[in-house]
Design a protein. Structure first.
Length: 278
């Protein structure tokens, strides 16, 4: 509890409100990492990419068995087919992503010209719309399949989200994402930090709460609870519903800024999506 309060202070936030003196994104990243390394001293740094299974030994044994025949294999095949299938105009996703499918490490990023955070899911749909194709729904289905394939092709790349400190709008988006993560909401008056900074390792409704460090490295995810693949913004939506708060629109500004902040907190960790969870 005291360590969690210390992290809130270190990241320049108190009671969910931005403090007068803000830490820089680089200072935030170091404080965030240090908090979890001290909270779980026996967990190697890179193992945090495995989410809750970095701290839940019994659950990890079952998860490793599942990963031998991963439930996301069908999504990978479907996503690869989507990547290679031409649009009606003859172009493909390759025309939008000339460096190939292994570009998940470039997202989310700040688009200075547009003054907004661009996620990979948003980029996929913008590619489709630029080629006169209908956009995909953002939480599950085909969008999760192609994101899974692109994530798989990106495995091993290092998370490196840049927050341009010379761009006030970029810093504002980052700070909004940080504020979202610490702000209490819903009838239960919970924040993201309440579960994933204050109580990682605690069991809530039979679920072990995961540490936030490494949270974004392994998406999209096949969850047994869903019986299907789901995107990171589907999980954001579910978390808000669980605390009885009205969720925001998937790929809306609120969740994109949250993804921007939260992904940057895992800078330096390798990407290992897609994943499998309970």
């Amino acid at each position: 509890m005291n360590k969690a309060i210390a992290m809130v202070t270190a990241l320049g936030l108190t009671c969910g409100a931005t403090a007068a003196v803000q830490a820089s994104p680089q200072e935030d990243q170091e404080n965030f990492k240090q908090f979890y390394m001290e909270r779980f001293p026996d967990v190697p740094q890179e193992d945090f990419i495995n989410g809750v299974y970095s701290i839940d030994a019994p659950g990890r044994e079952n998860w490793e068995a599942i990963e031998e025949f991963p439930p996301y294999e069908t999504a990978l095949s479907d996503g690869e087919e989507m990547w290679n299938t031409a649009f009606a105009n003859g172009k493909t996703y390759q025309d939008c992503f000339p460096d190939g499918p292994g570009v998940a490490g470039k997202y989310p990023h700040w688009d200075k010209d547009r003054g907004m955070v661009v996620t990979m899911a948003l980029a996929v749909n913008e590619c489709r719309e630029a080629n006169n194709e209908k956009p995909l729904k953002y939480k599950k289905g085909p969008i999760a399949n192609i994101l899974a394939y692109m994530a798989y092709e990106t495995r091993g790349q290092i998370t490196n989200v840049e927050i341009p400190e010379d761009d006030p709008k970029a810093l504002e988006a980052y700070e909004q994402g940080k504020h979202f993560w610490f702000a209490k909401r819903g009838q239960l008056n919970f924040s993201c930090a309440n579960c994933h900074a204050q109580n990682p390792g605690a069991v809530l409704r039979t679920e072990t709460l995961s540490p936030a460090y490494g949270h974004t490295t392994h998406w999209p995810v096949y969850r047994s609870k869903w019986g299907a693949m789901g995107t990171l913004h589907r999980r954001f939506t579910g978390c808000n519903k669980q605390v009885r708060a009205k969720p925001f629109k998937a790929q809306g500004e609120e969740y994109r800024n949250l993804e921007y902040f939260l992904t940057s907190m895992s800078n330096g960790l390798p990407l290992n999506g897609p994943g499998a969870r309970k």
